[in-house]
Design a protein around this ligand. Structure first.
Ligand code: ADP
Ligand code: AMP
Length: 218
C-alpha cells in the first residue's frame, strides 16, 4: 500500500501513523521528522530548511521533493505512508510524476479533518522525546511520569515551532497552500477518505483502520 496522510499540523498524523505502521509494516516517512533529523545532524539541507521551519512557512518545493523521492526509494515491498508530504499541489504533482516513472501510484489518501481550535490545543500541548521521537500531550496523552518518556526515561521537550505564534502561522500556511492538495487528489482519482480527526485517538484510529482494511482486501 502507498498511502498519503493529509491534515493540518497537529491533526494527529504522526500519532495515527505509528498505529498504521505497527499493523501493516509500512515505512513511515514524515517530511517534518526527516527535516528535524537533518537539522540535528547539522547538514546543508537542515541549514537551508531552518528559517522556513522556525517561522511556520513551507520549505521550498524543490528541496522537499528531492528529499522525499530519495526516502521513498528505500521503502519495503509492503509500501509506505507519507506524513506531512505533499503539502503543495506542485509537490503532489511531482510525487505523482516520480512514482509514475517506476510504475507506481498512490493507492489512497486519508484526509484528517479537524477544527482550528482543536489543532491549537493539540500543538501547544504536544511534548516529544528527543531520543526516540515518541509523542505525548500534556492533557490528552500523558506519559506515566510527567515530563518523562515512557520508553527510555528521557526528559520530554516542546518543539520550538509549537509556540502559539508559530502555530498561528503554520495554520495559515496550511489553509492557503496545503488544503488545496485534497482537491488535487479528489480530481486525480486517488481514493480519498475524509476522516473526522476531532475524536479521541482510539476513535480516529478506528475510522482509519476501517478504511485501510477495506483497501487491503480490495
Ligand atoms: P501531527 O503529526 O499531525 O502534527 P501529532 O500526531 O504529533 O500531529 O499530534 C499532535 C498532538 O496532539 C500530540 O501532542 C498528540 O499526542 C495529540 N493527539 C494526537 N491525536 C490526538 C487525538 N485524536 N486526540 C487528542 N490528542 C491527540
Ligand atoms: P511538521 O513536523 O510536519 O509539522 O513540519 C514541520 C515544518 O517542516 C513545517 O512547518 C515546514 O516548515 C517543514 N515541512 C515539513 N514538511 C514539509 C513539506 N512537505 N513541504 C514544505 N515544508 C515542509
Amino acid at each position: 500500500m502507498r498511502i498519503v496522510l493529509l491534515g493540518a499540523p497537529g491533526a494527529g498524523k504522526g500519532t495515527q501513523c505509528k498505529r498504521i505502521v505497527d499493523r501493516y509494516g509500512l515505512l513511515h516517512l514524515s517530511s517534518g521528522d526527516i527535516l528535524r533529523q537533518q537539522r540535528a545532524e547539522g547538514t546543508e539541507l537542515g541549514g537551508k530548511a531552518q528559517k522556513y521551519m522556525d517561522s511556520g512557512a513551507l520549505v521550498p518545493d524543490q528541496i522537499i521533493v528531492e528529499m522525499m523521492a530519495d526516502a521513498i526509494k528505500n521503502a519495503p515491498d509492503a509500501g509506505f505512508i507519507l506524513d506531512g508530504f505533499p503539502r503543495t499541489i506542485n509537490q503532489a504533482a511531482e510525487l505523482d510524476k516520480s512514482l509514475d516513472c517506476s510504475g507506481q501510484k498512490i493507492d489512497a489518501v486519508l484526509n484528517l479533518e479537524i477544527d482550528d481550535e482543536v489543532v491549537v490545543r493539540r500543538m501547544t500541548g504536544r511534548r516529544s522525546c528527543p531520543q526516540c521521537g515518541a509523542v505525548y500531550h500534556v492533557e490528552n496523552l500523558k506519559p506515566k511520569v510527567e515530563g518523562i518518556c515512557d520508553n527510555d526515561g528521557t526528559t520530554l521537550v516542546q518543539r520550538s515551532d509549537d509556540s502559539a505564534e508559530v502555530v498561528a502561522n503554520r495554520l495559515k500556511t496550511y489553509h492557503l497552500q496545503t488544503e488545496p492538495v485534497v482537491d488535487y487528489y479528489k480530481k486525480n482519482s486517488s481514493t480519498v477518505y475524509d476522516i473526522d480527526a476531532n475524536k479521541d485517538v482510539d476513535g480516529v484510529s478506528a475510522s482509519v483502520l476501517e478504511k485501510l482494511e477495506a483497501l487491503a482486501k480490495a
